[in-house]
Write a protein that binds this ligand. Structure first.
Ligand code: ADP
Length: 196
């Protein structure tokens, strides 16, 4: 199985690249942000809870997020592998994911971390806010809080994978195709390792 953690701050291009990667590698895309937004739209209990955190740019609590992610993986028993997009965002989430995948005799193959400088992130998010109407992209103070939360709680998750030799930093500028190309090269390296 090829299980990729697509990582990076808000606005780094995870969603865009994930769409291209699932088509090329035939993987199942699980974006925790998208799943929360679908729940908000459907007015579920989970959606109501998630919204109260997302509107402030805070993280949804680990217990809720982990249970949701595990249930989404279980809904796709025939998947050849997954792209985890927006998850794990904390070290406890990374630990839970490892235990969960190990119980299924698999593991994360590699974390691909998109690296983009902060001003570029803010510009991209504000543009996305105008086009998509996402509330958390339209307000500069919420964007600033998301980047702060990323720096304080999420960035450290890279160390978890680096310690296992599964961390690849990808410079996220230079156009969508150029970034995609770099991601594919990194994946192909780890694919050889996992299939041996
Ligand atoms: P972005 O990466 O652009 O900020 P996402 O769509 O991935 O956007 O996430 C939007 C929001 O959903 C986050 O700010 C957070 O509130 C919530 N969220 C998404 N994934 C997680 C997660 N793994 N743990 C906790 N909260 C999450």
């Amino acid at each position: 199985m090829l299980n990729i953690v697509l990582f990076g701050p808000p606005g780094a291009g995870k969603g865009t690249q994930a769409e291209k990667l699932i088509a090329k590698y035939n993987l199942c895309h699980l974006s925790t942000g998208d799943i929360f937004r679908a729940n908000i739209k459907g007015e579920t209990e989970l959606g109501k809870l998630a919204k109260s955190y997302m509107d402030k740019g805070e993280l949804v609590p680990d217990s809720v997020t982990i249970a949701m992610l595990e249930s989404e993986v279980n809904k796709n028993p025939t998947a050849q592998g997954f792209i985890f997009d927006g998850f794990p965002r904390t070290t406890p989430q990374a630990e839970a994911l490892a235990a969960f995948l190990n119980s299924k005799a698999t593991d994360v193959s590699v974390m691909l971390a998109l690296d983009v400088e902060e001003q570029e992130l803010i510009n991209r998010l504000l543009l996305r806010g105008k086009n998509s109407g996402r509330a958390d992209d339209s307000d500069e103070s919420i964007i600033a809080n998301r980047i702060k939360v990323y720096n304080e709680q999420t960035a450290v998750v890279a160390d978890f994978y680096a310690a296992q030799g599964k961390f690849e930093k990808i410079v996220g500028k230079g156009g969508i195709e150029a970034v995609f190309d770099k991601l594919c090269k990194a994946i192909d390296k780890y694919k050889q390792v996992t299939s041996n």
